[in-house]
Ligand binder design. Structure first.
Ligand SMILES: [Zn+2]
Length: 430
């Protein structure tokens, strides 16, 4: 018999307090409930209840870079961040471009048990951009892959991108594009602009992202197949996606927490902790991304959690690896930038961090569900009044490359439940 939890007085999606009874993996009862014998009671007065968060973009690094992260450590970090599901990116070693590798990652996720792991399949063999990977075999595998991405690299060949879009239609899959025109970004180190000139770092122009997004929107419209745009980072990209949606084209998009809060100015420190792909952009871009997320043009917040060992970051800027941690701080960053700023309510947070990412990843039969009777008990409890100072040595991730070291951020995940089982209680792994 699994433990039954009675959550008392939680503010569901920021609304009026109510009780939730979690039993046998589902929300067995809800509303104003009396005592239930044999339950563990959780006083959730003042806490917000959200459906378990779903990340569309996580790098778990296993197989191949277990010195940076493993499925086990990465999913611990996810649970602590309030996630009940993550999509694991395919740029592992070996690349997740066969049924065998995606099933391996999927099994490791099941064994770890901290959250559901949905492997992303590579679009092209070895992420080389030369020929399509075995998309159908990955879709038919035990891992039931629905999201395909060469993330880290762009599917820059228009014909390959077209064929990938056509192929995934058969099983309502989606191609998640890392939009980076390779020729326009050769050797690029940071956002292209006045500052990159001043700092003497090679610029990464907005057009390199926007040109691919524009092309892929047209390909998605032409093929009538689903395109998802990874980590949108420029105001122009938001405009393109807004246009695509106004035309009814099947296009969705995500933004990372770090692109909602950090700007290119941080590159002045030459500290590679701020080196990321796509690069941190201008304050005007950050504002456009926040507005795009608030009005729903951008569908989802996705972490692009990218662990790197210390030695890959403790070097000069040009040599450093690109990427930052995100799972354990995502909700706090979203609270600060979107909720505490008045741009969104908690129901919007649930929509952008659970409901819509679950739908994009085709896992909305299990995740991103309403907190209602009969639904799977995937729940996160958040204390919006808590404050915490980020300490990179205290994170569950195997790596420490957080850009928020020493920063005070609002909000704390108090508890996370995966199908009614606590993965996090009192802010600690259960
Ligand atoms: Zn990427």
């Amino acid at each position: 018999m699994s433990t039954t939890y009675l959550i008392k007085n939680a503010s569901v999606l920021g609304g009026d307090p109510q009780d939730l009874l979690l039993r046998d993996g589902i929300i067995a009862d809800a509303g104003s409930l009396g005592p239930v014998p044999g339950t563990v009671v959780i006083d959730a007065g003042g806490l917000i209840a959200l459906p378990g968060l779903v990340d569309l973009h996580t790098h778990l690094r296993e197989p191949g870079r277990e010195d940076a992260e493993t499925v086990d450590t990465g999913t611990r970090a996810a649970a602590l961040g309030g996630f009940t599901a993550v999509h694991a990116m395919a740029n592992t070693d070996p690349v997740a471009d066969t049924a065998g590798v995606v099933e391996q990652v999927w099994r490791l996720g099941r064994e770890a048990g901290h959250c559901d792991v949905f492997p992303v399949g590579a679009v092209t063999v070895g992420l080389k951009g030369e020929r399509l990977a075995e998309l159908g075999a990955m879709a038919d595998s035990a891992a039931r892959v629905r999201v395909f991405s060469d993330d880290g690299k762009c599917v820059s060949d228009a014909n390959l991108m077209r064929r990938a879009l056509e192929y995934v239609k058969a099983f309502d899959g989606v191609v998640a594009q890392h939009a980076q025109e390779p020729r326009l970004t050769e050797g690029a180190q940071m956002n292209e602009g006045e500052l990159s000139g001043l700092l003497g770092l090679a610029g990464w122009p907005a057009v390199a992202e926007e040109a691919i997004i524009a092309r892929d929107i047209l390909l998605a419209a032409h093929t009538k197949s689903r395109l998802h745009v990874c980590h949108v980072s420029t105001a122009g990209s938001v405009e393109l996606i807004r246009w695509a949606k106004s035309k009814g084209h099947p296009v969705t998009a995500e933004v990372t927490p770090h692109h909602l809060i950090l700007t290119e100015d941080l590159a002045k420190s030459y500290d590679p902790i701020y080196k990321v792909n796509p690069p941190l952009r201008s304050a005007a871009d950050v504002q456009a991304l926040r507005e795009g997320l608030a009005d729903g043009t951008i569908d989802a917040v996705a972490t692009d959690h990218a662990p790197h060992p210390q030695e890959d970051k403790d070097c000069e800027w040009a040599a450093a690896a690109m990427g930052m941690l995100g799972l354990e701080t995502a909700l706090s960053v979203v609270q600060q930038t979107m909720v505490d700023s008045g741009l969104m309510g908690w129901a919007d947070v649930a929509d952008r961090m659970s409901v819509r990412p679950a739908a994009i990843g085709q896992v909305d039969d299990r995740h991103g569900r309403p907190l209602a009777i009969g639904e799977p008990a995937n729940v996160v409890l958040v204390d919006p009044k808590a404050k915490r100072t980020v300490d990179r040595t205290a994170l569950a991730s195997l790596s420490q490359n957080t850009p928020y070291q020493g920063m005070e951020l609002p909000g704390a995940v108090v508890a996370t439940f995966l199908r009614g089982t606590a993965t996090v209680l009192d802010g600690k792994l259960a």
